[in-house]
Design a protein around this ligand. Structure first.
Ligand code: SF4
Length: 266
């Protein structure tokens, strides 16, 4: 298989994207990853939030010895368990996870203006905090890349119902590869148990979706998996901007279908 990338930083070629989506229809995640390495050779990374899906992908990449570097974002407000899992993952797979942090001056200015709990004051200010602590570091992590792999799944939330295995990430100007787009939560946990993949112990304590400690609470029976994220906000606002669904024309879309939910970090 040899397929060249038609465009890396501008709008995607819709015909090529459609052809890729047809080509990958029904492909298992390992095959999607192998395809992505070939198509985006040297310009492909995995963005891990150390969630269950991310850990599955790291296991698949390591077991197939695929050349996909891993990065994560350290917002400065993570749970200690996230750092422990990072170290455990590096040791297990013999890799170094590249860590991107917020700019100190930007954090200091935000806190100086609005205080340490700026995220509780309004959706706009919460999004501004996410922009400083997550989106700006993400821009640096993705600079020069043609595609990034992430653990999005269609049944994680109303905002992710239309996730595709390969899609154009208009917000960041590159392709997004979601090998687990059609996996269920049961698929994820079956793989983790079978392969003995290291995962965050907070998942066993009521935290299916992990983000910053100050913005995440455990969920109770009957709640969606992202109910504990920014729990004071409406469901349609529960994205930090890392995975906004922006089409080639620049239109932001948030899918309204409901789904059973699953575990995820970001
Ligand atoms: S999750 Fe909360 S603390 Fe973390 S970047 Fe977003 S608003 Fe800020």
């Amino acid at each position: 298989m040899s397929t060249s990338v038609g465009t890396a930083y501008g709008p995607p070629d819709p015909l090529q994207l459609a052809a890729w989506q047809r080509q990958l229809a029904g492909a298992v995640p390992a095959a999607v990853l192998a395809w992505a390495v070939e198509v985006f050779a040297g310009r492909l990374v995995l963005g891990s939030a150390l969630g269950a899906e991310d850990q599955v992908l790291v296991q698949m990449i390591a077991s197939a010895e695929l050349s996909i570097p891993v990065f994560t974002l350290d917002t400065g407000r993570l749970f200690p368990e996230c750092h422990d899992l990072m170290a455990q993952t590096e040791a297990r797979y013999g890799i170094r996870i590249q860590v991107f942090c917020p700019e100190a001056a930007a954090v200091e200015a935000l806190v100086a203006e609005h205080g340490p709990t700026v995220f509780r004051q309004s959706v706009a200010l919460r999004q501004r905090c996410c922009a400083v602590r997550k989106l700006q570091p993400l821009r640096r992590a993705l600079a020069g890349k043609a595609a990034w792999v992430c653990g999005l799944r269609g049944t994680q939330s109303v905002t992710r119902a239309e996730v595709q295995v390969v899609e154009w990430d208009g917000a960041n100007g590159l392709y997004r590869i979601c090998p687990l787009a059609h996996w269920t939560e049961a698929d994820v946990w079956s793989y983790i148990r079978t392969q003995q993949v290291p995962y965050n112990p907070l998942h066993d304590r009521g935290y299916p979706s992990l983000g910053c400690a100050c913005c995440t609470r455990p969920i109770v029976a009957g709640e969606g998996v992202r109910a504990g994220r920014w729990w004071w906000e409406a469901p349609e606002h529960k994205e930090c901007g890392l995975h906004l669904r922006v089409g080639a024309a620049g239109a932001v879309t948030l899918a309204r279908r409901s789904g059973p939910g699953a575990s995820v970090s970001e």
